[in-house]
Write a protein that binds this ligand. Structure first.
Ligand SMILES: NC(=O)c1ccc[n+]([C@@H]2O[C@H](COP(=O)([O-])OP(=O)(O)OC[C@H]3O[C@@H](n4cnc5c(N)ncnc54)[C@H](OP(=O)(O)O)[C@@H]3O)[C@@H](O)[C@H]2O)c1
Length: 333
């Protein structure tokens, strides 16, 4: 089959992902073999391209957000049949979905209805799961006492879904951040009750709106740079949930307010253990919410075709840090 693949980690300037002939995926007993129709693009995949090299003689196939059609079902699979339209993520330690076909654990997949376009479906899985697990942990609910939430990066792929999930599933007051007129407009469209600028004084903007503190900050971008402001706006015993934690952090300032830090890695249930099937359930619920009009897909840019050129264009957007909603590549109609 054809797949977009590379051998050595590389920068955007030296973009080296090419369309190659590779061996067919080898599904495990609990896998679906899925014919890919559309893929969602994530900055995390660009980060892996910059840092992960293949074993000698091997190649890396990235991509863990897709929509497609089930072509084969493993003997341990339940709930899916050949021909089902599906969307899902995958396992970051296995080959991804920037290919004609992917083998994927059925527990991180959900069926999609005929009326939901593959491109719209491919904009959902990573944002929904990352936002859900960051906000609701493994309890499917906000921490007790959380009524006011600040979403840093409210127009991005994950922030867009976080704002929507908060507004559709909780009574929380949601403040989102965005720094440009077009991202502010999008954050408002996602349902934010208030939008403030993450390039400005966050605490000052909240005070100006009559808000002296928030109970939870969900930080999707620039967390290390925002740490001082995050501590300032959180109430004692408040919560920071963050998805871009890399390197070392000085959390000393957290102790004065007895703050909690919640980390999240969307693949941790598959990689480290946990209720993997909960991810399929969360995705299925999101599909129901889309069908009922409570949740909207977030695709804003659609690129056509599984080619090195479209993938490079997608990586340029992913590395810009200015994505609004989600970039999707349509692989096949
Ligand atoms: N841990 C996990 O499991 C997991 C899962 C998914 C993603 N991630 C990571 O989470 C991060 C966000 O992912 P994403 O897909 O939402 O990214 P994205 O769509 O590329 O986010 C773009 C948005 O970030 C905002 N932004 C840029 N710089 C910012 C800053 N300093 N402070 C606040 N907002 C800023 C921009 O808003 P303006 O244009 O308005 O400035 C833009 O709308 C990435 O680092 C990604 O790798 C982690």
């Amino acid at each position: 089959m054809k797949a977009l693949a590379y051998e050595k980690a590389h920068t955007l300037d030296a973009f080296a992902i090419t369309l190659a002939d590779v061996a067919e995926p080898r599904p495990r007993d609990g896998d679906l073999l899925v014919e890919i129709r559309a893929i969602g693009i994530n900055p995390g995949e660009a980060a892996i391209r910059r840092t992960r090299s293949a074993e000698p003689g091997g190649r890396v196939i990235l991509g863990w957000e897709f929509a497609g059609v089930v072509a084969a079902v493993g003997p341990a699979v339940t709930g899916f049949a050949v021909g089902d339209r599906v969307m899902g993520t995958g396992d970051v330690t296995r080959d991804g979905s920037w290919a004609e076909r992917v083998a994927v654990d059925h527990r991180v997949v959900a069926r999609i209805p005929d009326g939901l376009a593959f491109t719209d479906a491919a904009s959902l899985p990573i944002g929904v799961l990352t936002a859900w697990e960051s906000l609701f942990r493994d309890q499917d609910a906000l921490p007790a006492g959380v009524g006011r939430v600040l979403v840093l990066g409210g127009a991005g792929g994950v922030g867009s879904m976080a704002t929507q999930l908060l507004k559709t599933t909780t009574p929380a007051f949601v403040i989102s951040t965005a720094s440009r007129p077009e991202s502010r407009k999008w954050a408002t469209a996602m349902g934010a009750d208030l939008v403030v600028d993450h390039r400005g004084d966050l605490a000052g903007q909240l005070r100006a709106a009559g808000i002296d503190h928030v109970d939870l900050v969900f930080s999707t971008a620039g967390t290390s740079g925002h740490l001082g402001a995050i501590v300032e706006v959180l109430r004692p015993f408040g919560h920071l949930a963050a998805i871009d934690l890399t390197g070392s952090f000085d959390l000393e300032a957290f102790t004065a307010k007895s703050l909690s830090l919640h980390s999240e890695m969307v693949f941790s249930k598959l990689v480290a253990g946990g209720d993997v099937a909960s991810q399929g359930r969360i995705l299925a619920r999101a599909v129901d919410d889309v069908v009922a009009g409570r949740l909207r897909p977030i695709v804003t840019t659609t690129l056509e075709g599984l080619t090195a050129e479209t993938m490079k264009a997608a990586h340029v957007l992913a590395e810009s840090g200015r994505t609004i909603g989600k970039t999707v590549i349509q692989v096949a109609a």
